[in-house]
Design a protein around this ligand. Structure first.
Ligand code: FAD
Length: 422
């Protein structure tokens, strides 16, 4: 019997799952390795952080996603090293995995641009632990304000600073403002929702700078209507437990959240590939490594430049999924001894939500904002949750919190990560 080609995929995110599933009918054996047992729907993480959804509603075990795919197996393990010469992946928890083709889809992580000390005081939003930590801090800030007799200290607890005016920063700022004005105001006695201050700080000239300027303006107006103070050209120079500094200006804040930067996740040792400033692998037009055509890198871990572009493709899920499907096709072509193709990205547009019923959507020349855009956002997210067996519950949870302003997931859990205790 002819030995099947071994394909190893590192990462069970959008890219890794797409390539694995696209190989379902091929005569290959796929091993998907992930250090987490779940695939995470990151676009809805902010809903967990803002107590709108529970973690289990936006994550699904990778093993269950692939349960019907007979040529795929899942290993819960961390890929620590890649031995390119021996063509094997070294795992921390298991014997090395030999491969004929390797796909690195390790995603990205939060970057503090060299200010590692800010990580403790200003959590980013990248995984479930981050989301639960943000939820804990935001809810604890309201609890602390409720029992604080000193008005000045209470105002500090009720000041929330979100750093970074991209989609995640806009989503977080809008959601905190709504959490304060609609939800918590009903449950607390000493807190006046008017006292809550939400600041969104953007270092550049405008928020949502990858969207058309008019959509940035509309977002600005929507946020202002919700009571969010947006400051552009605002470069944070220091963050500590009391708040932040913008140069000489001190802003006291009980909660500071970081939505300003991402970099590629640390790559397994030995990959020996050229990377850009954000640590992403500079890949060829077929998403392979320049020196090792049998190794591919896709999604947030890769920097893919199209012919005329000076910036790589954005770190969004459609890029990862399309590259995943593309690489599955290239593997098939390699096995058939056919030449590689060039990856072409089909841009499906961008969207960001602003609170519970507004959004901005940009699809080519079509620019939508307000409630219609939010409906489009909702439909797209429901569609992409289609792989989640629990999507019905997600929709019910959403509908419930939308109609009642209640927050079903408003639990304070997890440990204090600041080391201060609460
Ligand atoms: C808060 C937030 C909101 C977002 N919103 C949107 C949105 O609205 N629309 C959109 O299109 N995109 C959005 N994105 C971006 C999108 O989620 C990413 O572009 C996408 O997840 C990239 O897919 P990926 O497969 O490259 O990486 P990921 O989906 O991050 O998957 C990487 C996987 O690799 C695993 N891994 C990493 N290193 C190792 C290792 N050494 N060994 C084993 N396993 C490893 C990780 O555990 C993880 O499961 C958002 C991202 C965040 C953080």
């Amino acid at each position: 019997m002819k030995l099947r080609k071994q394909v190893v995929v590192i990462g069970g995110g959008f890219g890794g799952l797409a390539v694995t599933r696209a190989l379902a009918r091929e005569a290959v054996q796929v091993t998907l390795v992930d250090r987490r047992n779940h695939h995470l729907f990151q676009p809805l993480l902010y809903q967990v952080a803002m107590a709108g959804l529970s973690p289990a509603e936006i994550a699904v075990p990778i093993r269950s996603v692939l349960r019907k795919q007979n040529n795929a197996r899942v290993l819960l393990a961390e890929a620590s090293r890649i031995d390119l010469a021996a063509r094997q992946v070294v795992l921390r928890e298991a014997p090395p995995l030999p491969y004929h083709y390797l796909v690195v889809a390790t995603g990205s992580c939060t970057s503090y641009f060299g200010h590692e000390d800010w990580r403790q005081v200003a959590p980013g939003l990248k995984d479930i632990e981050d989301a639960v930590e943000i939820r804990r801090r935001v809810l604890l800030a309201f609890e602390a304000a409720e029992r604080e007799p000193d008005p000045e200290a209470r105002l500090r607890y009720l000041t929330f600073v979100v750093i970074g005016g991209g989609p995640t920063g806009v989503e977080l700022a809008g959601a905190i403002a709504e959490l304060a004005s609609y939800v918590l105001a009903r449950d607390f006695r000493a807190i006046n929702p008017e006292d809550t201050r939400v600041l969104l700080l953007e270092g550049g000239a405008r928020i949502l700078n990858t969207f058309a300027p008019q959509l940035s303006d509309r977002t600005l107006r929507s946020l202002a209507g919700m009571g969010v103070e947006v400051r552009t050209d605002a470069k944070v120079t220091r963050i500590d437990r009391e708040g932040i500094f913008l140069g000489n200006e001190r802003i006291m804040a009980g909660t500071v959240l970081w939505a300003a930067g991402v970099a590629a996740s640390p790559l397994p040792d030995g990959l020996n590939a050229p990377v850009d400033r954000a640590g992403r692998v500079l890949v060829e037009r077929d998403c392979s490594l320049p020196s090792n055509p049998e190794v591919f890198c896709i999604g947030d871990a890769a920097a893919f430049f199209t012919e005329n572009d000076t910036a790589p493709l954005p770190g969004v899920s459609p890029v990862a999924m399309q590259q995943g499907r593309f690489v599955a096709r290239q593997i098939r072509r390699r096995i058939d001894a056919r030449p590689s193709e060039t990856f072409v990205y089909h841009d499906k547009g961008s969207m960001a939500t602003i609170g519970r019923s507004r959004a901005v959507v940009e699809i080519g020349q079509v620019h939508l904002s307000g409630f219609i855009a939010w409906l489009v956002w909702l439909l797209v997210h429901i569609y992409y949750l289609i792989d989640f067996s629990n999507r019905v519950f997600v929709i019910i949870s959403w509908a419930w919190s939308y109609l009642t302003y209640r927050r079903g997931a408003r639990l304070i859990t997890g440990r204090d990560r600041t080391g201060e205790g609460t």
